[in-house]
Design a binder for this molecule. Structure first.
Ligand code: FAQ
Length: 312
């Protein structure tokens, strides 16, 4: 038996036994490539996702809300760092991931290409966007790749808190003045469909799902996760007294799930391909931050080199 055959057999055995594949283990090239693509995309989403929220730090309605929002945005930066570290264990450098993002060769979640126009949008990001993110990420705690799965455990705990803070903002606005209730409804009207798009194309149009599920990277399909999110969120909207902007939404007793309308897939693909309302601004801001921070990276690298020399 060659080394490659032994590696392949061990990889298959790990998957079958529900054990984790770890960085030194042999893995198929496609498995490594898929993980780098998905984890890098996920990390970029966390980092770009800081922008729409940071837009409201200086305008949060109270000092307490400002402190909470700052902590949340910092959490997202932390998630990005765990995820970049997880991707690095697969043999790609952080500089390379940044280059690919800045050149438009790496994607990030479509959701962060929409603007945050009011304070209610911060509530909607927590309630809906973090809600959708957790729905997707709970399954990733069972991903077959160890560093990604372990990173997701901590991220999910923090995302749950984020979801609660967003829901609390929405609850406060919904119980407020007519203008505040209107602001909450307007936020829901604009964030509902983009939140459903976060789960990706229909299973029939998903290029990676079948293979990723065979490799136990993904555990639940895009459409099944989207359905879980709708079933969880509709009663929450009812509790808030807000109307979900979908005339086709209704409970289907036979299926035991909510039926809902069709996503505008032309809009989804336009956003994914770089033509959403905020794509250009998001990448321009990200690149400027990377360039402005060059001196910090250089100073940190020089400090690390001096310490190495001192130890040697
Ligand atoms: N946006 O074959 P599939 C967050 C692409 S974190 C852009 O189904 P896959 C935290 C997909 O990449 C949110 N592109 O792909 C937070 C592929 O293109 P490619 C991010 C999308 O990978 C909250 C093509 O379409 N979460 O929100 C999208 O099997 C608040 C075909 O799709 C993650 O990244 C999309 N929505 O399934 C931060 C979770 N959907 O790569 C701040 C990890 C699909 O071949 C504030 N990722 N595409 O060029 C995943 O679970 C999966 O990658 C999916 C997509 C489910 C997103």
């Amino acid at each position: 038996m060659t080394d490659r055959h032994r590696g392949e057999a061990r990889f298959e055995a790990l998957l079958a036994a529900e054990e984790k594949v770890e960085p030194p283990d042999w893995m198929p090239d496609g498995y490594r490539k898929t993980l780098i693509r998905q984890i890098a995309q996920h990390a970029h989403s966390e980092v770009i996702g800081m922008q729409p929220e940071a837009n409201w730090i200086s305008r949060a309605p109270t000092l307490k809300r400002k402190a909470i929002l700052m902590a949340k945005v910092q959490d997202e930066a932390g998630h990005g760092l765990y995820l970049y570290s997880a991707a690095e264990t697969l043999g790609i450098t952080r500089d390379e991931m940044m280059r690919l993002l800045h050149e438009g060769k790496h994607k990030y979640s479509s959701i962060f290409n929409y603007p945050t126009l009011s304070w209610a949008d911060i509530g909607c990001i927590g309630w809906l966007v973090d809600g959708a993110a957790i729905t997707n990420q709970v399954m990733l705690t069972r991903c077959s790749y160890g560093p990604y799965a372990r990173g997701m455990v901590r991220i999910c705990k923090e995302e749950s808190f984020h979801q609660r803070q967003g829901f609390e903002i929405m609850a406060t606005l919904s119980r407020g003045t007519p203008a505040q209730r209107q602001m909450a409804q307007d936020g829901l009207d604009r964030w509902w469909w983009p939140s459903l798009m976060m789960f990706g194309p229909h299973d029939s149009a998903s290029t990676h799902s079948r293979q990723s599920m065979e490799w136990k990277i993904k555990r639940v399909s895009n459409d099944d996760l989207r359905q879980q999110f709708v079933d969880m969120t509709v009663p929450q909207a009812e509790y808030l007294g807000l109307a979900i902007p979908d005339p086709d939404l209704r409970w289907n007793a036979e299926r035991g799930h909510y039926d809902f309308g069709e996503i505008d897939w032309d809009e989804f693909w336009a956003v994914v391909k770089g033509n959403g309302p905020m794509n250009r601004e998001r990448i321009a801001h990200k690149r400027a931050a990377w360039e402005d921070g060059a001196w910090v990276r250089e100073a940190a690298a020089a400090y690390a080199a001096r310490r190495r020399d001192a130890v040697a």
